[in-house]
Design a binder for this molecule. Structure first.
Ligand code: ADP
Ligand code: MG
Length: 330
């Protein structure tokens, strides 16, 4: 459906897109996930024919977006980061105008506009000037213009940025509705959003695709970085001594607590379950083990690791719990 081959984009000497390759299949919601500056907007602008590439090609249903832009663009509806809304027009005027620009035949224009007005729940504000609409409504107008003419692929660049929580929920519902009949590609720097909405995640960092898979598979990808967390009533040095008999442990990070206990994160080789061995090691040493816990890497950690390039630090730190509370705000 969409094929991106060896895509490169340079701004001067700055390499914004670094040999991107991926395919988009029909009927799913795809998420481009990456921190600001990763190259999401640049990629989307190239895929939709708004921007030329330095190298590589983009095929939309077999049509090269640069060589056959008219044919390729028919298949795509695009909501750019800053949608080109004409704020002195009413919603209705703007959508009529867009329908004309998109080459929707005269006899179908009215019904097409009606359809997207309903879909984006804009019926009540159709006569209002765009400049008087709230950010949430404007975003819906942007979505409506993207969907107009019912292209089979809808590309949305950070569709929920700047919206309040209620508006975000509404836009997400709309995206899910769209996905019933369209292939949707959206970008976001917010992991929680992509995980919630998308069937497939492509993580982009510094212009490169660093991972692409379903949310579940991405979590499995990191299974080998499983850690076991323990809390024992002893000093860090003694804890290490006790654990020296457990061969499967490849790394230990300890943190001495003020109450005389030691917290430790144990890195485990090849996904082995070492809990029993750890228990008996401490029991044998007559040392109280106060907590024993297995942790699989969360998608948050995968995202951070892949986008920050900290491949060395698979072992989780003692700040883990704080990290998890923060994750709710992402
Ligand atoms: P994202 O959408 O993921 O935040 P962008 O595609 O906007 O990332 O940007 C990717 C990189 O390219 C960034 O380093 C950004 O500063 C740079 N960049 C984007 N647009 C331009 C431009 N018009 N001129 C120069 N550099 C740009
Ligand atoms: Mg962007």
């Amino acid at each position: 459906m969409i094929e991106v081959k060896n895509l490169v984009k340079k701004y001067g000497s700055h390499l914004a897109i670094d040999h991107l390759n991926f395919k988009i299949e029909k009927g799913k919601i795809y998420g481009f996930l990456g921190p600001n500056g990763a190259g999401k907007s640049t990629t989307m602008n190239i895929m939709t024919g708004y921007l030329g590439a330095t190298e590589g090609e983009v095929l939309i249903n077999g049509h090269d977006i640069l060589k056959e832009p008219e044919e390729a663009k028919k298949h795509i509806g695009y909501l750019p980061e800053l949608p080109p809304l004409y704020t002195e027009m009413t919603v209705q005027e703007y959508l009529d105008f867009t329908a004309e620009l998109k080459g929707i035949s005269r006899d179908k224009r009215e019904s097409s506009v009606e359809e997207v007005l309903k879909l984006a729940k804009l019926m009540d504000v159709r006569g209002r000037l765009i400049r008087n609409l709230s950010k949430g409504y404007r975003q819906r107008v942007g979505l409506a213009q993207a969907v107009l003419g019912f292209p089979d692929i809808i590309i949305l660049d950070e569709p929920t940025v700047g919206l309040d929580p209620k508006q975000i929920i509404e836009i997400r519902e709309l995206i899910r509705k769209l996905a019933k009949d369209h292939t949707v590609i959206l970008s976001s720097h917010i992991l929680a959003e992509v995980r919630e909405v998308c069937d497939y995640i492509m993580i982009i960092s510094k212009g490169r695709l660093v991972a692409s898979d379903t949310p579940d598979n991405l979590e499995h990808l990191m299974d080998d970085s499983e850690t076991v967390e323990i809390l024992a009533k002893t000093e860090p040095s003694r804890l290490r001594e006790i654990l020296s008999s457990v061969n499967e442990i490849s790394g230990i990070k300890t943190e001495k607590r003020a109450d005389g206990t030691t917290y430790a994160a144990l890195e485990v080789k090849e996904h082995k379950d070492i809990r029993e061995k750890v228990f008996f090691a401490f029991a044998g040493a007559n040392c109280p083990l106060l907590m024993l816990n297995t942790n699989r890497a969360s998608l948050e950690e995968i995202f951070l690791e892949l986008t920050q390039g900290e491949t060395g630090s698979k072992l989780l730190s003692a700040e883990r719990e704080e990290d998890e509370t923060d994750a709710g705000d992402l």
